[in-house]
Design a protein around this ligand. Structure first.
Ligand code: NAD
Length: 434
């Protein structure tokens, strides 16, 4: 099938290359010429494991190409995916749909023949109706259908998630569009992922409900971690004990510095706003948003407390800046709140992240960026592990201690055993463990 992917960010690029890898003919479009130029030179503008090789293979096989020319890509396509950003709108937290609607207008102008327009971006319930209205109004003669096909991939494991999804949700009412969507995903038949057809509004809501539920699970275990600290229990044991129950499951029960990233923060906020607008407030999700915001700020307080109550003039080393491992995505990362609060408290902040430093430099002007973990901790009064990258899991702790001015280790991801850290002479604190 001929597919145009509008937006070549984390979702558009991964979805586009995976569709090409299935054998479809894919053109990835972006309005950012620098991004397209980079892709044409064979440079991948984001870090996602395995993406560079997969892109190179599919470009070589001539199944994948890149352009800024949306009109040409859409005119050739049978299916057009919209994978542009839907960030939080400033002020009220609702999803900013201006990129979606602008793309819909441009797509409408270029459609030739029957075309299925698919929103892959995460969009509030009812957005598909508006996209349909825009296309019909812009091009009353166009033959088209609008579907919702929300994406559930996780950054850091995006290719595997896309190729081996738990389910594929398609919101569609037009029978011809349903056939087209079945054909788009037919190459996945071998793996037999359930292709679940629902109405468009339900598909849109499934994505928000799923993300908000996962965010709730994370926030729940974070609050249990706080309780563990007060009562002398171990949150890792509690989480493991809970997760052994099949009704609960062990995933998303890792206590830490609060959720961040490009999805949970903005999607929980947007769902809260949608629910309020429809007079069906989601009080649980409202609490999740508030608790998580407070938690991210509270992480800096832990670091300050570990330094004896003040960091003025002291040096704090942060290992990990990305919102989670295996990505360079800094959007709403907990490290941002931590750096801001440490900065306000007068600390000198040094930081190292294996992949996210280019992104971080743009938003953390006061931070000294280092070459590796050992360079980062040199002269520091405290070391905080913020992201659980593999390379931080087996640090040479005696060497770390010898490089630091004071041996304070704040492990916000619980990757070390308290007894080990103390054995090597650290004053150690972690999340929800005695
Ligand atoms: P992104 O910011 O990485 O990429 C969006 C891209 O769209 C940008 O490169 C931008 O230049 C381009 N763009 C915007 N308007 C355009 C237009 N009119 N024509 C061509 N290109 C245009 O965003 P992302 O992280 O890929 O997210 C995209 C959507 O997918 C969002 O709605 C997000 O919530 C959703 N989503 C993201 C993830 C994730 O892990 N990042 C997972 C699932 C769903």
């Amino acid at each position: 099938m001929k597919i145009a992917m509008i937006g070549s960010g984390y979702v558009g690029l991964v979805s586009g290359v995976c569709f090409a890898d299935f054998g479809h003919q894919v053109v990835c479009v972006d309005k950012d010429p620098a991004r397209i130029d980079a892709l044409l030179r064979g440079e991948i503008p984001i870090f996602e494991p395995g993406l560079d090789d997969l892109v190179a293979d599919n470009v070589r096989n001539r199944r994948l190409s890149f352009t800024t020319d949306l009109a040409e890509a859409v005119a050739e396509a049978e299916v057009v995916f919209i994978a542009v950003g839907t960030p939080s709108r400033r002020g009220d937290g609702f999803a900013d749909l201006s990129y979606i609607y602008a793309a819909a207008r441009d797509i409408a102008k270029a459609i030739k023949g029957y075309t299925v327009v698919v929103t892959k971006s995460t969009v509030p319930v009812g957005t598909g109706d508006e996209v349909e209205r825009i296309v019909a109004e812009t091009r009353p003669d166009a033959e088209f259908a609008v579907c919702s096909n929300p994406e559930f991939l996780r950054e850091g494991a995006a290719i595997d998630d896309f190729k081996r999804p738990d389910r594929i949700i398609v919101g569609v009412s037009d029978p011809r569009a349903r056939e087209v969507m079945s054909e788009v995903y037919r190459p996945l038949n071998l793996n037999q992922p359930p292709l679940y057809f629902v109405d468009r509004r339900s598909a849109e809501l499934i994505k928000y409900a799923a993300n908000s539920f996962l965010a709730t699970k994370v926030t729940f275990i974070n609050e249990i971690a706080d309780l563990c600290e007060k009562v002398g229990a171990n949150v890792q044991d509690v989480a493991r004990g809970m997760g052994m129950d099949n009704r609960i499951g062990s995933k998303f029960l890792h206590a830490g510095p609060g959720f961040g990233g490009s999805c949970f923060p903005k999607d929980t906020l947007a769902l809260v706003k949608t629910a309020q607008d429809h007079d069906a407030p989601l009080r649980i999700v409202e609490a999740v948003v508030a608790v998580n915001d407070r938690r991210k700020r509270a992480m800096a307080k832990r670091i300050i407390a570990a330094c004896g109550g003040s960091v003025r003039g002291k040096t704090v080393a942060l290992l990990g800046l990305a919102f989670k491992l295996n990505t360079d995505d800094m959007r709403d990362a907990p490290s941002i709140s931590i750096v801001t609060a440490l900065d306000d408290a007068g600390a000198n902040v040094r930081a190292y992240d294996p992949k996210a430093m280019d992104q971080a430099r743009r938003i953390m002007p006061g931070v000294t960026f280092c070459d590796d973990a050992y360079d980062c901790v040199t002269g520091a009064d405290a070391l905080a592990i913020v992201t659980e990258w593999d390379e931080f899991r087996a640090l040479d702790l005696p060497r770390i201690k010898s490089l630091m001015a004071a041996a304070n280790l704040i492990d916000l991801r619980n990757i070390y055993r308290p007894a080990d850290a103390r054995r090597f002479g650290f004053s150690y604190s972690s999340i929800g463990r005695p």
